[in-house]
Each structure stands twice: as structure tokens, then as C-alpha cells.
Design a protein around this ligand. Sequence first.
Ligand SMILES: Nc1ncnc2c1ncn2[C@@H]1O[C@H](COP(=O)(O)OP(=O)(O)OP(=O)(O)O)[C@@H](O)[C@H]1O
Ligand SMILES: [Mg+2]
Length: 259
Amino acid sequence: MKIAISGKGGVGKTTLAGVMARTLSDQNETVLAIDADPDSNLASAVGVPLEKLNGITPLAEMTKFIEERTETRKGGYGSIFKLNPKVDDIPEKFSIDHEGVKLLILGSVPQGGGGCFCPENVLLKNLLSHLFIQRNETVIVDMEAGLEHLGRGSTGYVDAFIVVVEPGMRSIQTARQIRKLASDLGIKRVFVVGNKVQSKEDEGVIHENLKDFPILGLMRYNSKILEADRKGVSPYDIDEQVKKEVSAILENMKKAFAA
Ligand SMILES: Nc1ncnc2c1ncn2[C@@H]1O[C@H](COP(=O)(O)OP(=O)(O)OP(=O)(O)O)[C@@H](O)[C@H]1O
Ligand SMILES: [Mg+2]
């Protein structure tokens, strides 16, 4: 499964991505977690200790490596570079291993239409399509909020989007826009996960307004998740409830894929 997690800002994308990655790894699946948000923070949701992150440069900032791989040559009319750089060794070379999760920090995401035509964009695009099409492990991509980053060059080859929503019309509206984009990309599976649910009324808001979406499950509003964030650890390591909720969400997703 190759899954991109998206949704409005602050709804809990990174939290879900981190806990999902840890859960799958504990189920003995090989998991590659990709941080595609320039404001990278998936590492802490996966539980990678800060010391382990020191000295890690996001891939998009590895200028020298990118130039080497794309064989960039600067000339009088701009630069010339290769459009199909070698990418298949990148996960092994640059990912951080934590509790069986391989984490790759991109630091940027190649954008559709408006994105720059430059070596790092070309490298990232090639890398993502390689990861989505040619590799066997489960890939979970934590996306930046907003819609601009969902496009052919970034998420064009995923099997599904999971849109995280909270009980409120704004994030629900975003879910609809994401489904529209997904359909333009030819991606048929767009799942919803509700987060920060505090009451029956909250549940109702999500179910009533997203009747036409497959809802994989809900995560309760949970002070342990906030505590994990304060401490810079994964909710997976300090809270049983979110583990149960995310396991159920994964079960439902597997069922949906099998159907
Ligand atoms: N179920 C929950 N209960 C309480 N707090 C939560 C819950 N889920 C997430 N949070 C908190 O909400 C904040 C945003 O969560 P998170 O970073 O996962 O969202 P995001 O969608 O990835 O945000 P961004 O759009 O900035 O990338 C964090 O402080 C997180 O700890
Ligand atoms: Mg995030």
C-alpha cells in the first residue's frame, strides 16, 4: 500500500502518519515513512529521538548530491541536467531507522504545474514515482497542509489518500476538494479519518457531512497526544487508546483494499 495523508492544516496528519507507521512496523510490515512537509516533524511522531536527528539534512537540501545525481552542468543559458537520475538507493542511503520504521525526510515536495523545473524537483519526482511504483514496502507519506502539493509529480501514483478531518466544516470542505483532485489524478480511493472527536455530536458532524466517503475510523481528542507532542515523543509510546484506534483504522483500510 502506498498512502498519502493529507488534509487541512493542524488536523492531525503527522500524528496519524507517525502512529500508523509504528503500528505497521509492529505488525512486521516493512514501512517507509516519508516526510513531505518542508516544515518537517514526522520524525517526532514516529518517535525518533532528537539526538538521532542531529546532522540529518532533508534530501531537497543536499545540493551537492542532487547535482551529482542529475549531472547538473551550469551553462550560459541556465543549467543542463539529467531527467532520469538514479534514485533506487536513496531510501537505504538516507533514511533513519527507528523501531523498524524507515523514515525519509524530503524537505520539499515536487509540485505539479507551477513547480520549478530544476534538478531537485526532478530528483524528488523520480524518487517518489520509484517508491510508489517499484518498491514492495508500505509507504506512508505525510503531506504538507493544503492542496497545491497534491499533484502528478508528488502523489500521482499513490493507491489511496487518507484525508484527516476534524469535526468542523472547514476541514470537511478540504476533504471534498482533495477527492476532486484525486479523481483528476485517477486515484479512486479517498478515505477519511476523523480526529479530535470529543462527543457524539462531533461524530455526527463527520458522519453526516461525509456520507459519501468511506470513513476508516475516528481518533478521540486525547490529552496524551498533546503530552507526547510536548515531550517530543511518539503518541505510540505513551498511549494505548490511540494505538487501538489506529489499529482499527488500519484494519478497515486493509478490508477496503481487499474488497
Ligand atoms: N486526537 C488529538 N487530540 C488532541 N490533540 C491532537 C490530536 N491529534 C493531534 N493533536 C495535536 O494537534 C496538533 C496538530 O497535530 P499534527 O501536527 O499531527 O497535525 P498536522 O495536520 O500534521 O499539522 P500541519 O498541517 O501543521 O502539518 C499537535 O499539537 C497534536 O499534538
Ligand atoms: Mg504535519
